[in-house]
Design a protein around this ligand. Structure first.
Ligand code: GLC
Ligand code: GLC
Length: 814
């Protein structure tokens, strides 16, 4: 069953039923101020860091689901009935409910007893605030007297502390109120120089800032006492739970429309200008007032919205494609690209499944995410790379995560995930391929953020590579450390204590357990590094990398090969994981996908065998599972992977992040049909019709789909913030459509389904627009290219040297 539809022309997903199986969310903001917003206006906002600078409160895993949000209420002041046009929190039966999730904005509307209302939420570019434009229309034949209320609940900044430290926090809340503006200034009196505000374009017919006054004791947001009574109480919060609520009274003639603008924002004052007058405890509002005044004007809000629209139009225009498959088109052109930007902004911090307090930016995660967003925001990708590299350690190892606000490595989780360093090579290489900006390699970058330790970025890449060579195991394969890509394959953590973190508990020496996956990654990243070295004129260094890569390939084919597929690992006893000899976990997706993606075994049939068996044992109609057979019990020597019930998460779930490795592997074998078939099985748009089973948003990827061993086979979880976004984008664009960035130019090497007559695409690459048209004349993957009418040798289109800004590329597949 479907809960809405795609409006591709407007780049929107339109939800037509409010009670979706789970909250279907969207993101507001693309720079420093962000929010998540659900289809019923649930969600919260923060400045830069979802944990440390949380503006509004949200109750994760609460009942009813999706509690806390940007809530608007309307009240018929004659009948005294009230409702929320976004359905939640009052959940009245609405007419014509719709939620349009678009690029950086969400519009939710409905009509109830002849009153039509719709709110458009967005964050203007360049500002630390969000705008809610509420439009109310009287569709009755008679006049309507209606009160409109806008409301939010403030969080006391540090979301973790806010949810736990009540002995203090019930005492610290403070606000200031001026006509139409509520200022939230908890802790401003001491060490904070920032505050939040919630403003309304109309003069208040009433406000509230103390939650209990607004809701009434023992009531929820579904039935605020003050809304029910029709009059806010002008309460001032002293401690407890500060909120912001405004009331506006409307008297609407039949057919009349009024717009009310609410602005919720974050503002910083310089430390020596915090108070006005100096010496008082009153917020200095000199710099914030003009900002608030500006956006409360509907015309200014409209103009800001138009700029946002253009920003997304431009951002997405970098790559646009037209294939015979609608699901491919809309994911590539709109939603998958958009999701990649969400992972750029959020990493794994804030979603319906990520609480914003758990994880900062992952070293592995954010480097991989680059594959999906570098073409849209190259300058910001550069900055991200330098931030990530600055957390690298002198050993070449890396902090697994860092906090976006402080940009410091996170000590709680530390390092020792032995795949981490290589992702930096992958990320930097993707950046240079996209931009041709070699200067990044000369940027001075510290280790562990220590001033004075700066070396050129290139040196960091060398150390990443070295890191593995310094940590080889008994078979010459890379030691796994705490885990490799699979955070849950914890071979050096024999944990029998409930609650212990599988990621940070290490009680084995770590000198035995090896990862075949890291071997594949080493080969992949090593080749990239060798290519980079060659072009830097370091021929000898480059050859030494290739020699190490060749050695690793050999070792992998010898000790990482199980006869028909690649092994996954060796455990702390030196026993095989992912082998036909195993009782459970005989074959794994990661090592097979990545080794083939890296090109290992392409010449001797091993890659083909690995892919065939991966398909045979792991593929299902809902995607490929991580391993088979699933672990039926907990194994001390394997760690978290076996902690999950069979079919869930890393224990044989369909981990969508790694499916693209197999898609790419299949393209390397020339199997376009199968590659695209795998792509389609997890493509959320192609799963829209099975919304009741899939349950997550049909417009973005979820990290997980329950595997065939799970009772809920086919059910998705953990949507939005996942490496799935970047990898699927990379697989479809660069390997299936085959429009691939290389250090020297744009390679065109499609491996598409046989039934496709071709496709067209537009790609802006290093300042030049490439108009690409591919036509199929035969069933194979051989391509003959002409560039502006002239045939070229090979598949790489080099950037024009004569200043042409548009190039036409024609490819004939045969
Ligand atoms: C999560 C983590 C990622 C890890 C994956 C597999 O997606 O963010 O770093 O690779 O799980 O465990
Ligand atoms: C859990 C998840 C895994 C994730 C990890 C991050 O173990 O199962 O997917 O990568 O947490 O810390």
């Amino acid at each position: 069953m479907k809960y809405g539809y795609f409006d591709d022309r407007n780049r929107e997903y339109v939800i037509t039923q409010p009670d979706t199986p789970l909250p279907w969310i969207n993101y507001l903001g693309c720079e420093a101020y962000f929010g998540i917003i659900s289809n019923t206006a649930g969600g919260y906002s923060f400045y830069r860091d979802a944990r440390l600078r949380r503006l509004t409160r949200y109750r994760y895993n609460n009942v009813p689901m999706d509690s806390g949000g940007r809530y608007v209420y309307l009240r018929d002041d004659e009948s005294k009935e009230f409702w929320s046009p976004s359905w939640q929190p009052t959940r009245n039966e609405l007419k014509d409910y719709s939620c349009r999730h678009g690029m950086g904005y969400t519009t939710i509307g409905s009509s109830y007893s002849g009153i039509e209302a719709s709110t458009r939420y967005f964050v203007p570019l360049g500002e630390n605030l969000e705008i809610w434009q509420l439009t109310v229309t009287n569709r009755r034949a008679t006049r309507a007297k209606v009160s409109a209320f806008g409301s939010i609940e403030f969080c006391l900044w540090d979301a973790q502390d806010d949810a736990t430290n009540f002995q203090r926090n019930f005492n610290t809340g403070q606000v200031e109120v001026e006509p139409g503006v509520i200022y939230h200034k908890t802790e401003y009196r001491e060490r904070r120089n920032h505050f939040a505000y919630f403003a309304c374009s109309e003069l208040d017919a009433g406000f509230d800032t103390q939650r209990e006054a607004f809701l009434g004791a023992y009531r929820g947001w579904d039935k605020p006492a003050a809304v029910e009574a029709g009059q806010l109480t002008n309460s001032i919060a002293h401690g407890w739970s500060p909120i912001g609520a405004h009331q506006v009274k409307l008297d609407l003639a039949p057919g009349e429309t009024r717009q009310i603008v609410f602005v919720l924002g974050y503002h910083e004052n310089s430390v020596d200008q915090k108070f006005d007058p100096p010496g008082s405890q009153i917020i200095n509002k000199t710099t914030v007032k003009p900002v608030i005044a500006k956006y409360l004007v509907a015309a200014q809000a409209d103009a800001a919205f138009e700029s946002l629209r253009q920003y997304w139009e431009k951002t997405l225009s970098v790559f646009q494609v037209n294939t015979p498959d609608v699901h491919t088109n809309r994911m590539v052109n709109i939603w998958n690209a958009y999701q990649c930007m969400a992972t750029f902004n959020m990493s794994r911090s804030a979603s319906f499944f990520e609480s914003g307090i758990g994880r900062g930016l992952g070293f592995r995660d954010s480097n991989q995410d680059l594959l999906g967003f570098v073409h849209m925001v190259p300058a910001r990708a550069r900055e991200r790379i330098l931030d990530l590299a600055s957390t690298q350690l002198r050993t070449g190892g890396a902090y697994h995560q860092y906090q976006p606000l402080t940009k410091r490595g996170n000590n709680d989780i530390g390092g020792g995930f032995n795949d981490d360093p290589h992702w930096l090579i992958v990320g930097v290489s993707a950046y240079i391929k996209e931009t041709g900006d070699w200067s990044i390699l000369d940027e001075p970058v510290p280790f562990d953020n220590e001033p004075g330790s700066e070396v050129p970025l290139y040196e960091h890449l060398r150390r990443s590579f070295r890191y593995t060579l310094d940590r080889l195991g008994p078979h010459g394969l890379p030691l796994i450390g705490r885990a490799d890509w699979n955070d849950c394959l914890n071979l050096n953590c024999f944990s029998d204590t409930p609650g212990q973190s599988f990621q940070t508990t290490t009680n084995k020496e770590g000198k035995v357990a090896e990862s075949v996956f890291i071997a594949g990654l080493f080969v992949f990243a090593g080749r990239e590094l060798a290519d980079i070295a060659t072009r830097r004129g370091l021929a000898e260094e480059s050859s030494s990398y290739l020699a190490e890569v060749a050695k690793m390939e050999k070792v992998t084919l010898e000790h990482g090969w199980d006869g028909e597929w690649f092994l996954r690992a060796y455990d702390d006893f030196g026993a095989k994981i992912g082998s036909k000899e195993c009782e459970e976990g005989k074959i794994f997706i990661e090592s097979n996908g990545f080794c083939v993606l890296a090109g290992i075994g392409l010449d001797d049939g091993k890659a083909a065998s690995a892919m065939a068996n991966t398909g045979k044992y792991l593929a299902t109609q809902h995607g490929l599972v991580v391993q088979q057979p699933a672990y039926s019990q907990y194994y001390l020597n394997l760690g978290e992977i076996s902690s999950y019930p069979p079919g869930y998460k890393e224990n044989a779930g369909i981990f969508c992040h790694v499916n693209p490795w197999v898609m790419i592997g299949e393209t390397r074998l020339g199997h376009g049909d199968l590659a695209h078939d795998y792509y389609s099985r997890i493509n959320p748009s192609a799963r829209e019709e099975i919304g009741d089973l899939h349950r997550c948003e049909p417009y973005v990827y979820a990290q997980m789909i329950a595997g065939k061993d799970a009772p809920t086979f086919g059910e998705a979880k953990n949507s939005w913030l996942t490496g799935t976004a970047a990898w699927n984008y990379y697989a479809i664009v660069q390997w299936i459509l085959g429009v691939r960035t290389t250090l020297d130019g744009l390679e065109i090497a499609p491996v598409i389904p046989k039934s496709w007559p071709g496709f067209t695409a537009t790609r802006t690459f290093r300042g030049v627009v490439y108009k690409i048209a591919i036509e199929r004349e035969g069933e194979g993957n051989h391509i003959a290219l002409t560039v502006d009418g002239a045939p070229i040798e090979g598949k790489v289109v080099t950037p024009p040297t004569d200043g042409r800004k548009e190039v036409s590329v024609k490819g004939i597949l045969s």
